[in-house]
Design a protein around this ligand. Structure first.
Ligand SMILES: Cc1cc2nc3c(=O)[nH]c(=O)nc-3n(C[C@H](O)[C@H](O)[C@H](O)COP(=O)(O)OP(=O)(O)OC[C@H]3O[C@@H](n4cnc5c(N)ncnc54)[C@H](O)[C@@H]3O)c2cc1C
Length: 301
């Protein structure tokens, strides 16, 4: 039986691994993928992780993994299918076999909802992005589009309006879901144009995004809009379905846990994008990993 099993080898899981190893806890990291890094692997370039400016997503993932390897972390490639809480013993059931630990760190991350349209996957990282905070700086003085109508989409459009020459906000309805204060700030921006009642139907470009086709449902009209980048903000889905009956979540599936990462179930901690928190970034995921281990050490004392 391990002291700690870490589910997920993204930044949260790897951050937890180095803190657990240095604390002298016996541990293993289980991930369905043999390549560590989680969502960071899908990032073209990471420019906002302290001390590692302009690192590629793959390069940063390699560095994270190398650090955990150097400290002797055991990595297991298996997909977790369920978790059982037996009080002082937690059982993780994988497709390969079962694993046991005194404590668990859930770090299975999240996935951004996609539009599911032609060009989206092919041009991902080549102008198609799901994170304006992460990739916005690459579009300085260029033309971008944001898809969505909620808080994240409007925040993304506001963020990009300070960097880009022009920003289109494309929303399928005739009003935004975002909070009033955000809407007011958006409407005051001269370089933001909102395309109402509209859906993006295709993203076009050879080696980078060049234009999109937009269908206006009210006018029943299709137009082409020339852009350099498109930011899709139509929701993010936490990978927490497996844990729904184990720990308390909010209505969207995010696990309720404070900065100590303690969930409603004793001995089970949630770190990274799966946790209910205001900002989901690499640096906050890594910090969660450290905090979760610190909480486990206090629990074991
Ligand atoms: C395109 C893109 C660009 C981004 N750019 C930046 C950026 O520039 N800067 C920044 O700070 N943030 C960026 N982010 C956000 C950042 O990547 C995330 O906040 C961070 O990766 C969250 O880390 P995590 O460890 O919580 O989860 P994840 O990175 O999602 O890792 C979760 C891991 O859990 C594994 N897993 C899931 N389910 C199971 C299961 N059932 N069994 C076993 N393993 C499982 C997955 O395989 C994955 O390896 C970006 C995100 C995306 C999508």
């Amino acid at each position: 039986m391990y002291d700690v099993l870490i589910l997920g080898a993204g930044p949260a899981g790897l951050g937890a691994a180095i803190y657990a190893a240095r604390a002298g806890l016996s541990l293993a990291v289980i991930d369905q993928s043999p390549i560590s890094g989680g969502q960071v692997l899908n990032t073209y370039e990471v420019d906002n992780y302290l001390g590692l400016m302009g690192e590629t997503g793959g390069g940063l993932s390699d560095k994270f993994r190398a650090h955990a390897d150097k400290l002797g972390t055991e990595f297991i490639t298996d997909e977790v299918k369920s978790v059982e809480d037996l009080g002082d013993k937690k059982v993780v059931r994988g497709y390969e076999r079962d694993y046991e630990a005194r404590a668990l760190i859930l770090a299975t991350g999240a996935a951004h909802s996609k539009l599911g349209i032609p060009g989206e996957d092919r041009l991902s990282g080549m102008g198609v992005s799901y994170c304006a905070t992460c990739d916005g700086a690459f579009f300085k003085n260029r033309i971008t589009a944001v898809v969505g109508g909620g808080d994240v989409a409007v925040e993304d459009a506001l963020f990009l309006s300070n960097i880009c020459k022009k920003v289109y906000l494309i929303h399928r309805r005739d009003s935004l879901r975002a909070v009033k204060s955000l809407q007011e700030r958006l409407f005051a921006k001269e370089n933001v144009e909102i395309l109402w009642d509209s859906e993006v139907t295709e993203i076009i470009g050879e080696n980078a995004v060049e234009k999109i086709t937009v269908y206006n449902k009210k006018k029943q009209q299709q137009t082409e809009v020339e852009i350099n980048g498109i930011f899709i903000a139509v929701g993010i889905v936490p990978n927490t379905g497996l844990f729904e009956n184990l720990v308390e979540t909010d209505e969207r599936g995010y696990i309720k846990a404070g900065e100590d990462c303690a969930t409603s179930c004793r001995g089970i901690y949630a770190a990274g994008d799966i946790r209910l928190k205001p900002m989901r970034q690499i640096i906050t995921a890594v910090a969660d990993g450290a905090n979760a281990v610190n909480s486990i050490q206090s629990e074991f004392e």
